[in-house]
Design a protein around this ligand. Sequence first.
Ligand SMILES: Cc1cc2nc3c(=O)[nH]c(=O)nc-3n(C[C@H](O)[C@H](O)[C@H](O)COP(=O)(O)OP(=O)(O)OC[C@H]3O[C@@H](n4cnc5c(N)ncnc54)[C@H](O)[C@@H]3O)c2cc1C
Length: 457
Amino acid sequence: MRVRVVLFTSDLRVHDHPPLRAALDASDAVVPLFVRDSGIDAASFTVPNREAFLADCLRDLDAGLRERGGRLILRDGDVTDEVAKVVSETDACAVHLAGGVSRYARRREDGLRAALRGLGCEVVVHDAVVTCVPPGEVAPAGKDHFAVFTPYHRHWDQQPVRSVVRAPRAITVPEGVGSAPLPQRDKVPGVSPGLAEGGEEAGRKRLTAWLRSGISAYEDRHDDLPGDATSKLSPHLHFGTIGPVEAAQRSRAAGGPGAEAFVRQLAWRDFHHQVLAARPAAAHDDYRTQGDRWRTARSAREDIEAWQEGRTGYPVVDAAMRQLRHEGWMHNRGRLIASSFLVKTLYVDWRVGARHFLDLLVDGDVANNQLNWQWMAGTGTDSRPNRVLNPLAQAERYDPDGTYVRRWVPELAGLEGAAVHRPWKLRGLERAAYDYPDPIVELSDGLARFKRARGLD
Ligand SMILES: Cc1cc2nc3c(=O)[nH]c(=O)nc-3n(C[C@H](O)[C@H](O)[C@H](O)COP(=O)(O)OP(=O)(O)OC[C@H]3O[C@@H](n4cnc5c(N)ncnc54)[C@H](O)[C@@H]3O)c2cc1C
């Protein structure tokens, strides 16, 4: 019996899965394998929200495989060792996996090649599984990646995209391959109460509902903070319970300006992935340094705690930070406002904010998180590195009636309309009735400090 292993990583689905398809086409049996990798735990990347979502994803992947006659094999340990064990146990001739972009993923591929060579087992890496366009596929002449989104997007949009791969009808898994028990979401402590459900079935339902009734208004409403009019597909794209190629293809088929704007966001995702693939150090080092001498976790401890807890005294910032804690997810406009406030207004190192987001975000992702933080800090790919988002102007534009703030900052729920954005304007007893802090910084002082730091004054 010819056996191949399919190593699932950030692609926890049976639909549109080129490695699974290729392994099935070339063999009699496959081992669908997921390794809960001790290396990822060691990198402090395992946090309750993503662990709980992952538990849903693994259970659902197992269910999807079982519907087709297969099952998921789960192992715990070092990924290279565990794959090598499964290869030895099953005498597999190849391991198929999706190409990754982070330094960790690249090392994993190299490590697998080195470990499996001696076992006579080939490693087959598949492109266009985790992104639509593989990193490096489009690049300016003489360079290894695009540093500016607009020209990247132009090229990205013209790339031929592979067809969506149909889910297999039948899967044969060799008998006797041992598996660890599947994890349970409700056994994970410290999960955000409003965390979304994970898994391919939930992801596919969300995509279908989005294409039917959300995407057409996306262009006009994607920045509407209380409207919640974005797809919320990011955790599914992160865990690969929805493939980006399928999301792009089905959106393009839906057509219209909403779909165009949505596909452009998928291009942003690919853009950050290709930057990280080319510059893996951008996960922690400035991509383009501005010579900042940031305030740090130690020197700005009180400000950072107020920001993390949603007690800065700026209601829109606090609403966004509380949404993050409650749902393990935050609206993109909220992410922009909250990150600008930390790095520009409080002048705190972007790595502090990125770490806090990674601790809570269910879609927390090295490429998208670190590079969006760098973009906002002006150390990344933004062509206007000194832009500062004024939280009051942002609030009035994207939450004009204050609905978003009242939803997440209930102690201000008694304030009507846009007045909720400026509780410090209340006086005397009226002010005292609201158990809500005064602003921790004057916006003008924050701006002046930032300008001084960047030599713009
Ligand atoms: C400081 C900061 C940190 C961020 N951290 C992450 C993160 O860890 N993981 C993450 O997936 N996104 C991150 N984003 C990008 C963006 O905010 C989220 O992808 C988006 O809010 C997810 O909601 P949605 O699925 O409803 O997005 P939609 O608006 O429906 O967009 C569809 C998809 O496009 C992609 N996308 C949208 N905007 C961006 C963007 N700016 N960069 C990259 N991809 C994008 C996402 O995969 C998203 O699911 C961050 C943005 C900022 C400003």
